[in-house]
Design a protein around this ligand. Sequence first.
Ligand SMILES: Cc1cc2nc3c(=O)[nH]c(=O)nc-3n(C[C@H](O)[C@H](O)[C@H](O)COP(=O)(O)O)c2cc1C
Length: 229
Amino acid sequence: MPYISSPWASSSSWGKECPAATSLEISQFRTFFLFHRASTITTTAMGSSSSPMSADEDIRNVPAEGVSYFTPAQIPPAGTGLGSKRPDRDAIPKLFTPLTLRGTTFPNRVWLSPLSQYSADDGHATDWHLTHLGGILQRDPGLTFVEATGVQARGRITPQDMGLWKDSQIAPLARITEFAHSQGQKIAIQLAHAGRKASTVAPWLSMNAAAPVSDGGWPDDVVGPSAIP
Ligand SMILES: Cc1cc2nc3c(=O)[nH]c(=O)nc-3n(C[C@H](O)[C@H](O)[C@H](O)COP(=O)(O)O)c2cc1C
């Protein structure tokens, strides 16, 4: 099996010192990701080091560029194929090779579809969206899509859909975008209008019920491209 970069390997000092970070197989890397930060913090705090560094070696914890708070730069980002380092292993599958489209290079071809959460607060992304997408972004998609986001209030599927029709909705989305960039990851958004599917309820409540006005529904203001009710 070939190797995929992990957040451990993205730290130059850890990449050199931790054999696990440079011998990671695809079948192992997801589990490995779950532990990387806690392990890094614990072992660093204990002063563990298998080979002492010379005084002139650069061991700075390099910050991610263009991020408004400190977070370590991920070089290369998680999900970057590193190729096979052992002759008895297979070549890296195409799925984990970069793809360049119109000048943008994606580190792999595992892309996340938009996934509506029906959990927004008057169209605003919340901590739920940050943690939901953040956990996925830490783990490697070549591109992550933010869920269907209504360009009008009446263009939402449900009253709890994400929206981008007023300025106050920009900041929470920008926070998610900054987190994506802090991890060296690409992020996109699905701008949407539900048309005549608008003003319904989250699918776990009902697959066909209209949202009541008392719960934020707008049954008298549903618009679509045809006259079909
Ligand atoms: C929880 C959930 C939320 C989804 N939200 C959206 C969405 O916001 N926009 C969209 O176009 N598709 C949405 N889909 C559909 C998925 O993006 C995807 O197209 C679908 O799961 C089929 O994926 P596949 O073609 O890889 O099997 C959603 C699917 C699920 C399971």
